[in-house]
Design a protein around this ligand. Structure first.
Ligand code: ZN
Length: 178
């Protein structure tokens, strides 16, 4: 397993639509192992493959991780996830994203959703999610479509955040005179 570099906005690759996984083979499982290690190291509660530069429809989620560091790890892999039902009822969380560092905003999403997907072994699964898990799944599936949570904000607010992130990126570059 290896910790991979997480891409941050602004980055055109994050806006790419991810491709379906044809076969959950050893290479895909190795990628999932890396995603899990990267998620725990970040630390975060959800990660999509596109965030580590791989445009495949894979996400990993562990919502127990952030709440209580001592709690048992309880991760879930979703390959080719698809939302098949969303509730009318909505829920608001203040969301952040590993690819949008240090920025947070209240986002309103369906409170419950049903999702079908393949698991780590390539077996078909259907899951009924609600609350934090449902929000996290929707946030991660957005990544597979090239959508970030800041896309739900007003144009002005989004532009301000991207400006801040661009500035942060520049500050992180070491300046040398040769
Ligand atoms: Zn994210």
């Amino acid at each position: 397993m290896a910790i991979r570099k997480i891409l941050t906005e602004p980055n055109k690759f994050l806006r790419k639509k991810s491709l379906r996984v044809e076969n959950v083979d050893e290479n895909i499982q190795k990628l999932m192992d890396d995603m899990l290690e990267t998620l725990y190291a970040a630390p975060g509660i959800g990660l999509a493959a596109i965030q580590i530069g791989v445009d495949k429809r894979i996400i990993v989620i562990d919502i127990n991780r952030d709440k209580d560091k001592k709690s048992k790890k309880n991760h879930m892999f979703f390959v080719n996830p698809e939302i098949i039902w969303k509730s009318e009822e909505k829920l608001t969380y203040e969301e952040g994203c590993l690819s949008v560092p240090n920025q947070f905003a209240e986002i309103n999403r369906p409170k419950k959703c049903h999702v079908k997907h393949l698991d780590y072994n390539g077996d078909f699964q259907e899951l009924k999610a609600e609350g934090l898990l449902a929000t996290c799944i929707q946030h991660e599936i957005d990544h597979l479509e090239g959508i970030l949570f800041i896309d739900y904000l007003s144009k002005l607010k989004k532009a301000m955040i991207i400006k801040k992130l661009s500035k942060q990126k520049k500050e992180n570059v070491e300046r040398i005179v040769v």
